[in-house]
Each structure stands twice: as C-alpha cells, then as structure tokens.
Design a protein around this ligand. Structure first.
Ligand SMILES: Nc1nc2c(ncn2[C@@H]2O[C@H](COP(=O)(O)OP(=O)(O)OP(=O)(O)O)[C@@H](O)[C@H]2O)c(=O)[nH]1
Ligand SMILES: [Mg+2]
Length: 293
C-alpha cells in the first residue's frame, strides 16, 4: 500500500510504532496476531516455518496504533531458502521501534532461543519477552513476573499491549484507523491456499510448495481466482491431485470458504498443480515469494 498520511492522521497523537514479533518457528506468533486483530492476517499451522515473509497487522485503539510485523520463525539451517526466510525476520528487527520476543512455554529450551537472545542483545534491541501457549502444560522455567499469553483462550493480551504502548513514541498515525493490514489481494489469497496445504499434507510436502495467483476477476457479486500450486517433484504433484481421494478438492473447498469470509462475497477458486523443480534454489521465485521487487 502506498502510504498516504492525511491531514486527519497528522492531527491525531497516540502511542504509534512498529513492533516485531520474533521467536522460534511454531511458538504462536501468527496466531497471536490473528487473535488480537480478530482477522486472519497471517496464516498458521502446526508445521514449523509456516510464515515465510514479513506480514503486517495493525492494531488500533483509542490511545494507540501498534503496527505489528509478524515474522518467520528464526531457525538454523544450511539451506539458502531457510536462510533467506531467517533474514526476513532479522531485517524486521532493524525497522521496529520495539520487539516482542515469543517463547513457547510448552516446549523446552532450544539452542535457537539462545541464538535469538544473543541477536537481540548484540544489536542492543529493546524487547519484551512473552511466554506463549499458557493454556498448555509448561515445559520450562518461567520467571515469576514474566508475561504469559494464551491465544487459544485470549488471555494475557491486555498486559502485553499495555507494556508495548509504554515503549512506543507519541506520534501521528501511520495508517488510517480502519486498516488492519497492508497486504494485497494476490498475496492474501495465495497464503490462504498455502495454509490449507500446510494443514492437509505432511513431512516435506508443505515446505516444497508455493502458490501463485495467475488471475483475479473481482466483480461486485463474485471473486474469480485462477491459482497454481507449484510442487518440487512429480510425485508431490501426484499426492496433491490423486492420493487420498483428491486432496486438491479438499484444499480448494476449504480455501474458498475462508476467502468468502475474508472478502465477504462469493468466490470461485480454480486450483491447478504444476511442477517447478528446485524452485527453492531459484532467485527469481524466492524474490517473488519474499515480496521483493
Ligand atoms: N494450545 C495453544 N496452541 C497455540 C497457541 N498459539 C498458537 N498455537 C498453535 O501453535 C501452532 C503454531 O502457531 P503459529 O501461530 O503458526 O506459530 P508461528 O510462531 O507463527 O510459526 P512460524 O510461522 O512457523 O514461525 C499452531 O498449531 C497453533 O494453533 C495457544 O495459545 N495455545
Ligand atoms: Mg507464523
């Protein structure tokens, strides 16, 4: 979205700023943002590394505009694709006024947490530690006054938001108050389709897939979408199309239902599967996926 700051936005003064959500994969960063905004801005799944690029979600209240960056989970990998995803998260740290570092209380400590902490301290970044999934049994030491949230039960949010506000400067608004994201329709649709693939397939398949929207016809009464799912191999394509009684139909129906909710109109979604061998090594495709120009 091209940012237009209106006269009205200039006149309003609130706690306004950018806040990056950082943490290992699967700690619940995206779920927190969706629950807070009451909108699906960022896809979620039990598969680690669901989020691949920075997603913006804007939380507006009477005294604050908190512009969250949901980021990909930081993890260690030798693969170039994963390193690119990691650098998306690290880049967000630079652009943020404040950082919320999410730790999954239902999982024991991992070396990635030590690395993230090291990164935050090395860059001298002001951050708030938040323990997520407090509805689940705890698998780690949680300091006595630590902030804890559960997105499943919507608890602990108030304290976190109050804490964040205190760390944001008083400024004019950066976005109109009715905006909750800056994503374009193409990205949003491709992400919803990808989420359904992540939720319906296993092992390497979710990570071997990307989705491209070929065409959108947006009419007042119907949204027509032609989308392609790209896999790395023929056998993955076969799994999507033929195994388990057309998984593709299930993914399509599920995605269409979500899209009708998001865009509040009837949706016609055509999904086709193509093979793009070694796409995770293609600069051109990576740029597209990461939204780079
Ligand atoms: N029980 C419980 N599960 C949660 C909670 N928050 C998230 N989850 C689950 O944890 C899994 C991962 O959630 P995500 O929000 O996708 O995690 P993420 O940190 O964005 O993961 P990446 O995008 O891979 O970095 C999903 O299956 C969520 O349903 C919570 O508060 N309680
Ligand atoms: Mg995520």
């Amino acid at each position: 979205m091209e940012k237009i700051i209106s006269k009205y936005m200039k006149e309003i003064q609130k706690h306004v700023g950018y806040v990056a959500l950082i943490g290992r994969p699967n700690v619940g960063k995206s779920t927190f943002l969706n629950t807070l905004l009451w909108e699906k801005v960022s896809i979620t799944s039990p598969v680690p590394q669901t989020t691949r690029r920075r997603v913006l979600g804007i939380y507006n209240t009477s005294d604050a505009q908190i512009i969250f960056f949901d980021t990909p989970g930081i993890h260690q990998s030798q693969k170039e694709f994963n390193q690119k995803i990691n650098s998306e998260a690290i880049r967000s740290l630079k652009d943020a006024d404040y950082v919320v570092y999410c730790i999954d209380s239902s999982r024991s400590d991992g070396f990635e947490d030590a690395e993230i902490l090291h990164l935050l301290k090395e860059k001298n970044i002001d951050f708030l530690t938040v323990y997520t999934k407090s509805d689940l049994p705890t698998k780690r030491e949680i300091p006595q006054h630590a902030l804890q949230i559960s997105s499943k039960e919507s608890t602990g949010f108030h304290q976190v938001l109050e804490h964040i506000k205190k760390h944001l400067p008083i400024s004019h608004l950066w976005y109109p108050e009715e905006y909750y994201t800056d994503q374009d329709m193409y990205f949003r649709i491709s992400e919803v389709v990808r989420e359904k693939i992540f939720l319906s397939t296993k092992e390497e398949l979710p990570h071997s897939v990307f989705v491209e929207i070929e065409e959108i016809e947006d009419k007042p009464e119907i949204l027509r979408i032609q989308a392609y799912i790209y896999t790395e191999t023929e056998s993955q394509k076969y799994i999507l199309i033929w195994k388990w009684g057309s998984l593709l139909t299930k993914i399509g129906t599920w995605a269409r239902n979500d899209l009708e909710g998001i865009f509040e109109k009837k949706v016609f979604l055509s999904l086709r599967v193509k093979v793009a061998p070694k796409w995770r090594k293609s600069e051109k495709i990576l740029k597209k996926i990461l939204g780079e120009k």
